[in-house]
Every structure is written in C-alpha cells, then in structure tokens.
Design a protein around this ligand. Structure first.
Ligand code: FAD
Ligand code: DHB
Length: 398
C-alpha cells in the first residue's frame, strides 16, 4: 500500500473495457508474451449476456484463429454463402461466395465474449466490476490508470493505454475537445431486436425494405432466431409485446417468407438507436482508441464488431513490433491504417442504411429507393459492389 492508500501495480498494456476489442487484444498480446491487464466496469456475466452483433467477416474469424479462440466458433457457427434483399414483394439473392469468393460466419457476440473471457481467465488478467476508471499522463511521461476494485483504490502503471471501452466509455471522453474531431450522423429511427428459440424462416439472412419500415431476419443457430424491425426512437420495449412484434415483422416480409414465420416467446427484446460516428485521430500519445470507443456504425452492414477486430489487429501488430524491436513505426501508423478501413465501412453502412429503411414519407425519396433496389437486382456490378463491401476487405486489399 502506498502512502495515499493506493495499491500500485504495473503492466505493459492497460486495456480499458472487456468487450470483444479489449479481450481480443489482451489474448493476442499474451500469445507474444506481452503483459496486459483489462479493467471492466461490468460483471463477466453481464458482458456475456449482452445480445449484440451476430455476423463475423472472414478476416475476423482468421484473427480469432490467430488468437487461438476460433475453435468453438468454427464448430458451432454457421457459414453463410449469401443473403437476400427483399423489396416490392419479391427478393434478390446476393451470392457472396460467387461474387467475392468469401463467406460470413454467423456466431453471436455473446458466445464470442464467453470464448474470449475463457481465454483470459487466469487471475488478474481481467478485473471485472471496476469503478471510477480514470486515465492519467497518456500524453507525456508514464501512463497510469486509477480505479476502484473490491472496495479499494488501485493504480496501474503501463507503457500504453488501449481505450476499448465502447461508445459510452471514459477513454474518448477524457481527450480534450480541441485534440479530437468527431464526425457524426444520428439517424431518425432505431431497431427493435427480438431473440427467440424458433427455427429461422430462411437458411440465409433476409434484409427487407418495406413501406412500413426495414426488417432483418437473422439467426444464432438452426433453432434460435434473431429478428429486427425498424422502430421509432420514441418507442419503448414495453410498447412492443411479442404478438405486436411478430405481426409487424410478418407484414414487412414478402408473403413467401411471412407465411413460413414461426413465432414464439421472446428470450430478449431491446431497442438500439442508429448512428454513425468517426473520431479522428485514433491515437493520442500513448493512448489508442479501439473499436466502438473510436467509431460507431449503424448495424445494417454488420460492421461494428468486425471493425473493432480490425483495429485490434492493427494495434496488436504495432505493439508486438514495439516490444520485439523497439520500433514505433507501426504504432505511429495506427490511426491512419485503422481509419482507412473505418471510413470505407462507414460509407457502406450509411449507404445500406439509407437504401433499406423508411426514412421519410417523401414520394420522390421512396421512388429513388425503389429504383436503386431494382438496379441492384438487375446489375451484376451493383450487386458485386454490395457483396464486396458486405464481406469486407482483407488486410492485403486495404
Ligand atoms: P463494446 O462491446 O461496447 O465493449 C466496451 C466495454 O467497455 C464494455 O464491456 C463496457 O462495459 C466497458 N466499459 C465502458 N465504460 C467503461 C469504463 N468507464 N471503465 C471500464 N470499462 C468500461 N454490431 C453489429 O455488427 N451488429 C449488430 O446487430 C449490433 N447490435 C448492437 C446492439 C447494441 C445494443 C450495441 C451497443 C451494439 C451493437 N452492435 C452491433 C455493435 C457491436 O456490438 C459493437 O461494434 C462491438 O461490441 C464493439 O466492441 P468493442 O469491444 O469496441 O465495444
Ligand atoms: C445481425 C445484426 C446485423 O446488424 C446484421 O446486419 C446482420 C445480423 C444479427 O444480430 O444477427
């Protein structure tokens, strides 16, 4: 115990947040013998219970493999070669495999969180339920994190700080406003998601554009479905009993799919607002912003989790190079390299969101959407562009 009643400790990399970004970074560093400590404000059970993303790009799967955590995802995840875009009562299949040679993996973020936490379960690697996290001296000198854990105040000294604490975290919030530029777009609607133990209505995902609003039919397994409907930002979950959700979903799907919909009791229901946010730069001295702490995309393109993993790949390589050779070149390039992918995914998620949702009652806007959807169904080039963006760029292509 030091004189101020603070217990000091040190590590090489202090990681704020045990979401997918924080835990994956910690695993990749551990494989190279680099010490890290993750501080997380929630309990392990809470983090593992959050129902969020469900679709992994192949570059993400490869990164999990590199970290030694892909085994269950490969065994239990579902490989998807394509998906459907439904509109005007019909549907068009986007054949990802034929158009890009790549596929996607359906694997729930909460399952991934379990695998990631299991890989970092040694005592002291992840501190759960930490309070009042504060970052110090990341600009000059020795960075530190102070926090309260199990009732007492602690201090963690480190070489680098990785802010993996999501949109509401302290890492981005602690950077002085004049040092940071934020580009933001808030969309005037949300998604209401429902999880249920019913078989998915189709073997692939269905994204539906409908006069009544967007709908998405996704899944977690062959007997667990994840469905979403576009809703108003004013809506409350309590206003959406299961029966109302199922009725609304059915109305927004082509008859062929609606007729096959199997309904059941919801296991979880939640509303998420949709926004785009990009923070520039993503590095401030020895502090690196990673994943949702630096950028948010609307979920339509399924990019949020995949972008977080891509940031982790860039940062982990920079840190590994630093500890191997004392060269900071890759670390200095972190922000530029990460942002190059972030802006591409931001453009795609914004475009796909505007294409698929009911944005306004304006008849011209509605006709433009229909014309663009028809163009997509007719033009191989337009369809290939959608497929290429959906599966994401490999690191060699970036
Ligand atoms: P997070 O997963 O947010 O992890 C950040 C962690 O930091 C959390 O565990 C948090 O508790 C912790 N933390 C926060 N503040 C502090 C603090 N002060 N001190 C310590 N720890 C802190 N993406 C998709 O692709 N498809 C989807 O359908 C989809 N649905 C989503 C639904 C919701 C409700 C949300 C919030 C996101 C959704 N996303 C979706 C986005 C995707 O889940 C995220 O992009 C992904 O979780 C990013 O991972 P991350 O590790 O960067 O951040
Ligand atoms: C899921 C979420 C998405 O945002 C998406 O585009 C595809 C799938 C899902 O939760 O399964």
């Amino acid at each position: 115990m030091s004189r101020r009643g603070v217990t000091p400790r040190s590590t090489q990399v202090a990681i704020i947040g045990a979401g997918p970004a924080g835990l994956l970074l910690s695993s990749l560093l551990a494989r190279e013998g680099i010490d890290s400590v993750v501080v997380e404000k929630e309990s392990r059970e809470h983090v593992q219970g959050r129902i969020r993303a469900g679709l992994l790009e192949w570059t993400t799967v490869e990164l999990l493999r590199e970290a030694g955590i892909s085994e269950r995802a490969m065994r239990e995840g579902l490989i998807h070669d394509g998906f459907d875009v439904a509109f005007a009562g019909g549907h068009h299949r986007v054949d990802l495999k034929a158009l890009t040679g790549k596929t996607m993996l359906v694997y729930g973020q909460n399952e991934l969180q379990k695998d990631l936490a299991e890989a970092r379960c040694e005592p002291g690697a992840v501190l759960w339920q930490v309070r009042d996290v504060t970052l110090h001296d990341w600009e000059n000198g020795t960075p530190r994190v102070s926090y309260t854990h199990a009732g007492s105040r602690h201090e963690l000294r480190c070489d680098f700080l990785a802010g993996c604490d999501g949109y509401h975290g302290v890492s981005r919030a602690g950077v002085p406003r004049q040092r940071i530029t934020q580009y933001e777009r808030v969309y005037p609607f949300g998604w209401l998601g429902l999880l249920a133990d019913v078989p998915p209505l189709h073997e692939e995902l269905v994204y539906a554009n409908h006069e009544r609003g967007f709908a998405l039919c996704s899944m977690r397994s062959r007997d667990r479905s994840r469905y979403y409907v576009q809703c108003s930002l004013e809506d409350k979950v309590e206003e959406w009993p299961d029966a109302r959700f199922w009725d609304e979903l059915r109305l927004r799907l082509p008859e062929r799919y609606g007729a096959r919909l199997v309904t059941g009791r919801s296991l979880e229901k939640s509303i998420v607002p949709l926004r785009s946010l990009v923070t520039e730069p993503m590095r401030f001295g020895r502090l690196f912003l990673v994943g949702d702490a630096a950028h948010i995309v609307p979920p339509t393109g399924a990019k949020g989790l995949n972008l977080a993993a891509a940031d982790v790949r860039v940062l982990s390589r920079g840190l590994i190079e630093f500890y191997r050779s004392r060269s900071a070149t890759l670390l200095e390039e972190y922000s530029t390299r990460a942002l190059s992918r972030v802006w591409k995914a931001t453009r795609f998620s914004w475009w796909f969101t505007l294409l698929m949702h009911r944005i306004s009652a304006d008849p011209f806007a509605r006709r433009m959407q229909s014309a663009e959807l028809e163009y997509l169904a007719r033009s191989a080039a337009a369809c290939r562009s959608l497929a290429e963006n959906y599966v994401g760029l490999s690191f060699e292509e970036l």
